[in-house]
Ligand binder design. Structure first.
Ligand code: PLP
Length: 408
């Protein structure tokens, strides 16, 4: 029992969790793909559409000023959540993928040339591989990769030899969406900074599991998606150190990112607007802020403690199932579990679990190189957050055992 953490109350805050599928209570264990929304987020979005909708920053009428105020207040909520130094450092994007593409383009334009190197890791989501690969193709640069060992932990001992005077940036996931590993990002940042190399952290799978302090981490960029932290889809955040963002050219051109436009020349808006071209997804940003305030009201500490208990419980139960192999056994982990069942196709297992009301994911989880590392086609993934329960874990275990009985 964790003080101030009432799991029944929390579950009742999420309308979607109340439903039955195939006449069974829904057990939603696909939170790595997207998280469910608490009522306060749903209500906020509805209220914005019903009462306040108006394009921001450009109008002087009542609705526009109201919405602009809410949008900028949302930026302050995100700033406080990440402990960034200023709201100039918080850019609203379409999601983690949009944020990484922004940095890969803008940073790449300014700092990456032929023969330079970009360092990523073997456990990156495709969203933190492909934009860098595209940059390398454009500029004639080279993509280098920090490998991980069979436990799913980064081979840190290889880092120093991979960092060279040609390395322009390190882009690393804070937590892996397919292995569950939490990476030793502070150590990576320390070693990269010792050589004046900036670091981007992909926090898409981290922010929903624990507090993140970008100043304590000292990362240069931090990205995440709203929909994976109980907010709406199509919205996300790029944090960047102000001095760094000031130096970078904008990614996309269009309204809101400009100061003056003539056919000869355009001058750009100040931060953070320089990176927010077009009509912003203000509903998404304000919905995200509502989700962050909701988490705040429960308390990140209590959420973290509950999740650690849930995670330990899940691991212990899964490890006891004969014929189940877990991929990703790092000492530091989030509550994401990838596994295979002996001689049973992932797709067949997931279909049977689905009929029991249990939603898990199968496939490569957009981390094909992770699957290649182990020589497998994909895994079954159960990913849990703070609204999941030990009883749901028991149901998953029973479901897996039944699946093994049926298909072996
Ligand atoms: N990075 C990681 C680690 C992810 O797990 C994901 C999504 O699964 C992404 C990036 C991309 O997030 P989005 O599709 O919301 O942009």
């Amino acid at each position: 029992m964790i003080m101030g953490f009432n799991i029944n109350q929390i579950r009742s805050d999420f309308p979607i969790l109340q439903q039955q599928v195939y006449n069974k209570p829904l057990i939603y264990l696909d939170n790595g793909a997207t998280t469910q929304k608490p009522r306060v987020v749903i209500d906020t979005i509805r209220e914005l559409q019903e009462v306040h909708n108006s394009s921001i920053h450009r109008g002087i009428h009542y609705l526009s000023e109201q919405m602009t105020g809410r949008y900028e207040a949302a930026r302050e909520t995100v700033r406080a959540f990440l402990n960034a130094a200023s709201t100039q450092e918080i850019i609203f994007t379409s999601g983690a993928t949009g944020s990484i593409n922004t940095v890969a383009f803008s940073f790449g334009e300014k700092y990456v040339n032929s023969g330079d190197e970009i360092l990523i890791s073997e456990m990156e989501h495709h969203s933190n591989i492909v934009p860098w690969q595209m940059l390398c193709r454009r500029k004639g640069a080279q993509l280098k990769v920090i490998p991980f060992n069979d436990k799913g932990e980064l081979e840190l001992e290889k880092l120093d030899e991979l960092l060279s005077e040609r390395t322009r940036i390190v882009a690393l996931t804070h937590a892996s969406n397919s292995l569950g590993t939490i990476n030793p990002v502070k150590e990576v940042i320390k070693r990269a900074h010792a050589r004046d190399i900036p670091v981007l952290l992909d926090g898409a799978q981290m922010v929903q599991h624990g507090e993140v302090d970008v100043r304590e981490l000292d990362c240069d960029f931090y990205v995440f998606s709203s929909h994976k932290i109980f907010g709406p889809t199509g919205s996300g955040v790029l944090y960047g150190k102000e001095a760094m963002l000031e130096e970078l050219p904008p990614y996309q051109g269009g309204g809101d990112m400009v100061d003056q436009v003539t056919f000869d020349e355009t001058s750009y808006n100040t931060l953070p607007f320089k990176f927010e071209a077009g009509t912003s997804n203000y509903t998404g940003a304000i919905g995200l802020a509502a989700a962050l305030e909701y988490l705040q009201s429960i308390g990140f500490e209590a959420i973290g403690r509950y999740e650690r208990e849930l995670s330990d419980y899940t691991l212990e139960k899964l490890e006891r199932i004969g014929g189940l192999k877990i991929y990703g056994n790092a000492a530091e982990r989030i509550s994401v579990f990838s596994f295979l069942l002996d001689n049973i196709h992932t797709y067949d297992a997931a279909m049977i679990l689905d009929k029991m009301g249990i939603a898990v994911r199968t496939g490569t989880h957009c981390t094909q190189p992770v699957m290649d590392h182990f020589g497998i086609d994909g895994t079954i993934r159960a990913s849990l957050v703070f609204y999941n329960t030990m009883e749901e874990v028991d149901a998953l275990v029973q479901g897996i055992q039944k699946t093994i009985e049926m298909l072996s």
